[in-house]
Design a protein around this ligand. Structure first.
Ligand SMILES: C=C(N)C(=O)O
Length: 130
């Protein structure tokens, strides 16, 4: 099976030695997206703005691999403050709609660039959903 590195200018560049995503066969693993704009700067605002930016970035990375949120099978959400869980959930649901991938959410001590949220996804394309 082929391993492909996904790279797009529609999402912020990696800030370390990793790829925006890698695809193995029909399975796509995104790196964790943090709320960076295309200029590489953390977006202004609080958890709402940061979570939306993370989803914009994830959408761009998925699209670069021909995938979308409907193809996601697993999400991992890292948040700085579990008190913001409800807010993140609401925004998260607005991107996934009725599609509910498996998910884990954890509160962490710190995230890169001291952001409030990071999300990584696993997606599988061309899979029949039941
Ligand atoms: C932002 C990241 N995904 C990282 O530093 O690993």
């Amino acid at each position: 099976m082929k391993l492909t590195t996904i790279a797009t200018n529609e999402a912020p560049a990696a800030i370390g030695p990793y790829s925006q995503a890698v695809q193995f066969g029909n399975v796509l693993f995104t790196s964790g997206q943090i709320p960076l704009g295309l200029d590489g700067q953390v977006v202004e605002g609080g958890i709402e703005e940061q979570t939306h930016q993370v989803f914009r970035n994830l959408e761009a990375v998925l699209a670069a691999a021909g995938a979308g949120f409907g193809d996601v099978i697993k999400a991992t959400v890292f948040i700085k403050d579990m008190n913001q869980f409800a807010t993140v959930n609401e925004i998260y649901a607005s991107y996934f709609g009725d599609h509910k991938p498996a998910r884990s959410t954890v509160e962490v001590a710190r995230l890169p660039k001291d952001v409030l949220v990071e999300i990584e996804l696993i997606a599988a394309t061309g899979v029949e959903k039941q």
